[in-house]
Design a protein around this ligand. Structure first.
Ligand SMILES: *[C@@H]1O[C@H](CO)[C@@H](O)[C@H](O)[C@H]1NC(C)=O
Ligand SMILES: *[C@@H]1O[C@H](CO)[C@@H](O)[C@H](O)[C@H]1NC(C)=O
Ligand SMILES: CC(=O)N[C@H]1CO[C@H](CO)[C@@H](O)[C@@H]1O
Length: 386
């Protein structure tokens, strides 16, 4: 048993404190490790420690690792993780949107691919809601299941429209009847390339780690909203609210805090300046940490062309970046390409049907994206009429 533990424990924490680090490289130190182990051996049997081991290792661990661990006779899974295996755990797909044409065409493509993937094998996708935060119905109500909520009162968003997101979720969770126990927070520019299972485990929601969200590099600012008594800054995950699969009961607690934190951050000039357009992502990361919720970080949750070249094992293509290429298939990022697909080219009108495919040499991720956009627009009735 000790051997198994020595190989496996990189970082062990009790009550949030990292006590020691034992990795494969540190086998030489095994004897001191043994001493520590013996003195704490009694704890090893306890449920708490096992929980926190899994908790701390989850940062490096992929789903596979967690699953492998669960078959390990030595390290037992907490009951809540065990329970999460076996039966289906459907999640509701929710995306926040406005009634602007730019938001609408993306939602239509998103919903098209949701419908195609929902009933395939491996999917745990449940119902779908476009949470429309423009305050009134629009002309997509018949096409896409929609729940209308209010925008923030005038002036409150200070021109930063995404502050409406947390407020939209607060209202939706309060007022709508949601059958599923889990929620996927998605965005209009997400395209499902595969049926999506419920990637969360027990009390750990699943999230995508963004390389540009770096809480530990902004410790001073984070501390304004996440005071020291709450724990280390590393408790704040490098994520935004989307994509995240989370228990509804957890999101019900987090959403109001997320809203408050985003507004407080926006009102603080230093924070506003430091975080800019990703402020509301930090606000979600901080709000969830304030509630003691940490996420399993799934790199394979989504890819972001043109930076990610291959589909690999991903579930979602996020087309937030423009894809610009020369006719030789070279990326010309930042410079308008001879061939391009950029959602911002279609601010006022939807993209036409049958966009031209990229030239040879352009990566799989971009080709697939354009093909999927084309398939959706070819099959959505009345594509050009809204
Ligand atoms: C949000 O802020 C308001 C006003 O400051 C306060 O009344 C409310 O309790 C806060 N809610 C949460 C969940 O932090
Ligand atoms: C799409 O456009 C290509 C040329 O770019 C054309 O060959 C093809 O027939 C078009 N397909 C449809 C369905 O309009
Ligand atoms: C209960 C359960 O674990 N359901 C699914 C959750 O997602 C995995 C894939 O990540 C599926 O294999 C499970 O069936």
């Amino acid at each position: 048993m000790l051997l198994v533990l020595m190989f496996r424990m990189e970082k062990i924490s009790v009550g949030g404190e990292n006590l020691w680090v034992i990795g494969k490289k540190n086998m030489a130190k095994a004897s001191s490790f043994l001493l520590v182990l013996i003195s704490l051996g009694f704890f090893l049997a306890t449920y708490n420690l096992v929980t926190s081991v899994i908790h701390n290792q989850r940062r490096e661990s992929s789903r596979e690792l967690i699953e492998e661990r669960s078959q390990d006779p030595v390290i037992q899974m907490p009951n809540e993780l065990k329970r999460s295996r076996g039966s289906k755990r459907p999640f509701h797909v929710a995306l926040t949107a406005t009634d602007a044409p730019y938001s609408k065409w993306q939602c239509r493509i998103m919903y098209y691919w949701y419908k195609k993937m929902k009933n395939r094998k491996g999917s745990e996708m449940g119902g779908f809601t476009r949470v429309l935060h423009s305050g009134s119905a629009d002309d997509l109500m018949e096409e896409i299941p929609t729940f209308v909520v209010d925008p923030l009162p005038d002036g409150m968003d200070q021109g930063y429209i995404v502050l409406n997101r947390p407020w939209a979720f607060v209202q939706w969770l309060e007022k709508a009847k949601i059958e599923e126990e889990y929620i996927l927070m998605a965005e209009p520019d997400h395209v499902f390339v595969k049926p999506l299972p419920n990637l969360s485990r027990g009390n750990y929601p699943a999230a995508f780690p963004f390389f540009y969200i770096k809480p530990s590099e902004h410790e001073r600012i984070i501390r304004k909203f996440y005071p020291e008594e709450n724990g280390p800054v590393t408790n704040v995950d490098p994520i935004g609210n989307s994509p995240v699969i989370i228990q509804k009961s957890q999101l019900e607690k987090i959403a109001p805090t997320w809203m408050n934190v985003s507004i407080k951050m926006k009102k603080d000039p230093e924070t506003d300046k430091a975080f800019g357009w990703v402020l509301e992502m930090y606000a979600y990361a901080i709000a969830s940490a304030l509630h003691g919720v940490q996420h399993i970080l799934f790199k394979d949750f989504m890819i972001q062309p043109p930076w990610d070249l291959k589909l690999g094992k991903t579930y979602i293509i996020h087309y937030t970046y423009g894809c610009d290429y020369s006719l030789k298939g070279e990326l010309t990022y930042g410079k308008i390409g001879e061939w391009r697909f950029d959602k911002r080219s279609y601010l006022r009108d939807p993209p036409p049907r049958n966009l031209s495919l990229p030239p040879p040499g352009v990566p799989e991720s971009v080709v697939t994206l354009v093909r999927m956009v084309n398939e959706a627009t070819a099959n959505i009735p009345g594509w050009d009429s809204r």
